[in-house]
Design a protein around this ligand. Structure first.
Ligand code: CU
Length: 511
């Protein structure tokens, strides 16, 4: 489905008048009629001033990240991949308001970059070449240096090609000095869909997908692998097609089910989970056998606590949850939604026989006996009082339609495929100080995790503060944000292959 009825904002009247369908030439000609905004560049004084206003603590954490080839052991299968020394990279921890100085040494045979996902940081440190910086060339280094203003669970990964679908990712935890700390321990859980060095490289997958699936019609609802593509992966919770890519493994903290990660504690301990979906094409639903989970934060920001049996996590999303450990050994399952496979780890508080990695969990069944399913999704959450955006009428409204299809693999925003060679060609303008209302409508037949850089928006109706939100097919999401972080910010689908194929745009500040 390509949503041909949709008309981009700049050309609505003319296009209707001219009777064009999706005439690319008409769009280009009409776009050039509008006066070009004077964009606030990443190296501008406004960006430096915004950083000064963040009033950091002055504390500095220095880290070094070397992007290089490594061998990853997947229960006896060796995957040659790229990583920051380990998969995931060692956790980076700073306090809210602290400065992170991260030096990346690029020992890869190609360009790279690091994006600090979810952090409202200075624009020139956002890691999106060629928009916010030049690419870090192979054999060279780059120093990221920024204040991390808001506490929460964040992560980092390249914003260069499809490198994220290798092992180049890690957690960034920004600790809250005012944290009540009513838990005994904290576990960082990074989920990933894995293929690099096993079935293909991400670049090969992108090439295959880009050819489109138009010739693959007539397969009906059959679930099957075709090359590195996956057909018929559907999920009720995601309201249809769940993903495009076949992965041989689903990893929890870099480990496959045959060699599971182990989390240990004492019975009765209260544990804070910090869960990050670092996958590229897989939504995970996470549950721990025999345990309820109380969601406390999403995308770093607190919500009014909600108790659930499982949590649905799209690519790029994070959830924090509390649980009280039982006595024994329990399965921690990250079900790859629609893909008929799972990530698997163990939670251990006593010596006991571990559960089978295929064990079925009532927490993951769609209907628990005697009750309704309690699947944690963002739509069930409300922002905690201290992070609710103050009531305000929006100064500007921007409508984005997610468009494109598997057939042509022509993922786009408002039918305009993002072009890195002219990144501001279809950019949307905002101005400092505005309250911006963003309505994102999914005109496609599959779900997309929509991510905005540099800001944490708020879902309508007092919903959660987030930076990455699942939008189901045919549905709209309305969010508000305060334009308080000048610069040029990309907004895109966090399905890596969709983003790289064109489902990306820029929301830029202008003078
Ligand atoms: Cu998408």
């Amino acid at each position: 489905m390509t949503a041909r009825g949709f008309l981009p904002r700049t050309s609505m009247n003319r296009r209707t008048f001219l009777g064009f369908g999706v005439g690319a030439a008409a769009t280009v000609a009409l776009a050039s009629c509008a006066p070009a905004p004077t964009w606030i560049q990443p190296d501008s004084s406004q960006v430096r001033d915004a950083e000064r206003r963040r009033r950091g603590t002055g504390r500095v954490t220095n880290v070094t990240l070397t992007a290089a080839r490594i061998e990853l052991d997947l229960a006896g299968v060796t995957a040659s991949t790229w990583a920051y020394g380990a998969v995931p990279a060692p956790v980076i921890r700073v306090g809210a308001g602290d400065t992170l100085k991260a030096t990346v040494h690029n020992q890869l045979p190609t360009d790279t970059s690091i994006h600090w996902h979810g952090v409202a940081l200075r624009n020139d440190m956002d890691g999106v070449p060629p928009i916010t910086q030049q690419a870090v060339k192979g054999g060279s280094s780059f120093g990221y240096d920024f204040i991390a203003p808001d506490p929460g669970t964040y992560w980092f990964h390249p914003h260069t090609g499809v490198q994220l679908d290798r092992g180049l990712y890690g957690a960034l935890i920004v600790e809250d000095p005012a944290e009540p700390g009513r838990y005994d321990n904290e576990w960082v859980i990074v989920l990933d869909d894995w293929l690099d060095g096993v079935t293909a490289t991400p670049d090969k997958v992108l090439k295959e997908l880009s050819a489109g699936m138009a010739g693959m019609g007539g397969m009906g609802d059959m679930f099957m692998r075709m090359g590195n593509a996956l057909m018929g992966a559907t999920s009720d919770i995601l309201a249809g097609d769940a993903g495009d890519v076949y992965y041989p493994y689903y990893l929890i903290n870099g480990k496959p089910p045959a060699d599971p990660s182990q989390f240990t504690g004492r019975p009765g301990d209260r544990i804070r989970l910090r869960i990050i979906n670092a996958g590229s094409d897989t939504a995970f639903r996470l549950a721990i056998g025999g345990h309820a989970l109380t969601i406390t934060h999403t995308d770093g920001f607190p919500v009014n606590p909600v108790e659930v049996d499982s949590i649905l996590i799209g690519m790029g999303e994070r959830y924090d949850a509390l649980l009280t450990l039982g006595d024994g050994i329990f399965p921690l399952v990250a079900q790859a939604e629609g893909k008929r496979d799972r990530g698997f780890a163990l939670v251990r508080t006593a010596d006991a026989t571990p559960p089978d990695r295929d064990v079925s969990l009532p927490e993951l069944s769609s209907k628990r006996i005697g009750t309704t399913a309690r699947v944690g999704t963002a739509t069930k959450l409300t922002a905690s009082k201290q992070v609710v955006l103050p009531e305000r009428r929006p100064d500007r409204e921007i409508s984005l339609a997610l468009t494109g299809s598997m057939d042509a693999y022509d993922w786009a925003i408002n039918e305009q495929r993002f072009d890195m060679s002219r990144p501001l060609g279809n950019a949307y303008e905002v101005r400092s100080g505005e309250r911006v209302r963003l309505t994102v409508t999914n005109k496609t037949t599959m779900w997309h995790p929509f991510h905005l850089h540099g800001h944490t928006f708020q879902h309508s109706d007092n919903g959660p503060r987030k930076d990455t939100s699942i939008i189901l097919p045919g549905r709209s999401l309305t969010v508000d944000f305060d334009a308080d972080n000048p610069g040029l910010w990309v907004a895109h689908c966090h399905n890596l292959y969709h983003a790289e194929s064109g489902m990306m745009t820029v929301i830029g500040y202008s003078n």
